[in-house]
Design a protein. Sequence first.
Length: 127
Amino acid sequence: MPELYLDGCRPEPLAHYLKALGVLRLVAEQADPNARGCWRGDAFVLTTTLSADELVEFFLRRYVPTPFVGPWNGGSGFYPSDQQSGIEAISTSTAARFSPYRDTLVAVRRVLDRLGLQQKPDKDAKK
């Protein structure tokens, strides 16, 4: 299997380390169940049946993002004063791969409407 050196997925800082784990998880779950990964020096090495071009194609066209949202945070995109372009792009997309995310956004908006939340809850309300 080809070994792809992902120089942008270094072992430090923590965010780069977590990015490498995320890449491995997504590739193993959605594209190549036999994918493996390790660090060699400062690069994450992804061993997979995918070529470098196929890996790019996977993330651009086939990857199904995990619907992870935080409506309790300011700037989450769920409140009128938030930047909403990110979740609106997903909400209005017709791509099948974004369907789970769209469904999650609809469900969260329903809950916020039912609770009457028009802005991020303050610290005391979160308790």
